[in-house]
Design a protein around this ligand. Structure first.
Ligand code: AMP
Ligand code: ZN
Length: 487
């Protein structure tokens, strides 16, 4: 099926096709491993996961998915430095070796990141590679040399800067994001990895070592530049090394459009001579209860904070995937609860599809129409809310026990395919649980059986509802009924 994606570069929805063969090469800006990832970060990673699963499942493509780990930047250096309060006892003790400290510190948060995304149903086997920036320093230096050689970068006090005014003579700077050049001062330099649009000055490709900072040796044209890479050059280098240029899709949150992605485009073109990739796909931000998430507002949550509150990570997954990635996602606890209910509703239906009842009626056109609507919605810029709405209309109108054998089989195939994308359901018969059913519940079940036998169906339904409201389910079976606890 043809897939369409909104491309931030052209600002339109375009038909997607890989540049080469049947393999999609996709790069996602990964975490900066200096703390536990927050739920806003998780939205960005879940969006990338959704996209790569739609490409595999609906587009029938192979996907080479790369997500980098930023283990050297301003923040990882700051927080791994001697005496940092961000250093945790679990990391062991700090030593005099600054590089060792940096690696120990970032390995700890890298491991926690991998645990977190695994809980959210992102499968590590789907990644082609998760490179760490510190593993590609010589290649970064090589790219920097190329940019200098092409006359677009210069050295100042051992740091190397990208010359924006020189670059603007050759190409556009501001392809993804309209940059305000009013305050632009040729030759003014910016060292920070993250900066505002108003600071669109020459940015650092490489930063000369400061005291108490880990560094790598680097010499350019006889000038000693020992130091470390800027954040943007890391991604430009790793995507080229692991995917080749140009590749197909680059993802990240909208905040990365500038400066990070804008600078990536400029660096790749100035150094390698090519635009890095064809499609730029950005997820909108996550807010909490309608407000920007921030520690000062007390509405800042890591995934771990939510798990400690007893929230099931799969409910977070389905909640975030149920909203369109291109709209702001408003995180609320009520929203998570509704998403959980919706997840159960579909899970119950899947369990019921495994029951051998003798439903005789199904209009197969309705089933096929629903399938086509769902996959078309997903293929059209990942419209998950539309896709799920079609599923709910279908399951509300067509209870599982009204489907005949053939339709049930077809519906199960459909849910299996859908679950290759959402990955929050079990495609199996309802588990037989060993649970102690309280006497009040078995009483209700017995009364219901009697009501049914005397064809008092309204009363039977009422009793059934009472059982469900108490957190149990009841199913008819050959010798009466089966009771279990709802999960
Ligand atoms: P960072 O570790 O800060 O580089 O962020 C990792 C990813 O999370 C990037 O793609 C960011 O754009 C994304 N991100 C950060 N904050 C949010 C948020 N509140 N909502 C959605 N995505 C976010
Ligand atoms: Zn990046």
């Amino acid at each position: 099926m043809q897939i369409y994606l909104y491309n931030s570069l052209t600002k339109t929805i375009e038909p997607f096709k890989p540049l080469e063969g049947n393999t999609v090469r996709m790069y996602s800006c990964g975490p900066t491993v200096y703390n536990f990832a927050h739920i806003g970060n998780m939205r960005a990673f879940l969006f990338a996961d959704l996209l790569q699963r739609v490409l595999r499942t609906i587009g029938a493509y192979n996907v080479k998915w790369v997500m980098n780990i930023t283990n050297i930047d301003d923040k990882t250096i700051r927080d791994s430095a001697p005496g940092s309060t961000a250093w945790l006892p679990e990391m062991g003790s700090q030593t005099d070796n600054l590089m060792d400290n940096l690696l120990k510190f970032t390995q700890y948060f890298e491991k926690s990141f991998l645990e977190d995304i695994s809980k959210l149903g992102i499968r590590l086997e789907h990644f082609f590679s998760m490179p760490k920036a510190t593993e590609f320093i010589p290649q970064m230096q090589e790219l920097i040399r190329r940019i200098i050689k092409n006359g677009i970068a210069y050295i100042s006090e051992g740091s190397v800067y990208f010359n924006v005014s020189e670059w603007r003579k050759k190409d556009t700077y501001g392809k993804l994001y309209k940059i305000d050049f009013e305050n632009f001062r040729a030759g003014a330099r910016i060292d920070a990895d993250q900066y505002e649009r108003e600071d669109a000055n020459d940015f650092a490709l490489w930063k000369y070592k400061k005291p108490d900072e880990p560094f790598w040796e680097f010499e350019v044209d006889g000038i000693i530049c020992d130091g470390r890479p800027g954040w943007h050059i890391e991604c430009s280098t790793m995507e080229k090394e692991l995917l080749g240029l140009p590749f197909d899709i680059h993802t990240g949150g909208v905040d990365l459009k500038f400066p990070h992605h804008e600078d990536e485009i400029a660096q790749s073109k100035a150094g390698y001579g090519v635009e890095p990739n064809a499609f730029w796909c950005h997820n909108e931000f996550l807010e909490v209860e309608g407000q920007k998430m921030s520690k000062s507002l007390g509405n800042y949550f890591t995934l771990r904070d939510l798990l400690e509150k007893g929230i099931d990570p799969l409910d977070i997954r389905i909640a975030m995937l149920s909203a369109h990635y291109g709209s702001t996602y408003n995180f609320t606890f009520d929203g998570i609860n509704s998403a959980r209910k919706a997840r159960f509703r579909i899970q119950d239906y899947i369990y019921d599809l495994h029951q051998t009842t003798n439903g005789s009626f199904i209009n197969t056109d309705v089933l096929n129409e629903m399938k086509s609507e769902v996959f078309t919605s997903l293929a059209t810029d990942l419209h998950t809310p539309k896709a799920l709405a079609s599923v709910f209309t279908f399951i509300n109108d067509n209870p599982a026990n009204t489907l005949n054998e053939e339709a049930r089989k077809s519906a199960l195939e459909f849910f299996t395919k859908l679950n290759n994308i959402f990955d929050v359901w079990k495609i199996e018969p309802r588990p037989v649980e060993v649970v102690n059913i309280p006497i009040e519940i078995t009483d209700l079940a017995e009364q219901r059986l009697k009501a049914k036998m005397s064809k008092n169906f309204a009363e039977a339904d009422e009793l059934r509802q009472k059982i469900i409201d108490a957190g149990y389910y009841i199913q008819d079976s050959e010798n009466g009924y089966r009771l279990g606890k709802k999960w």
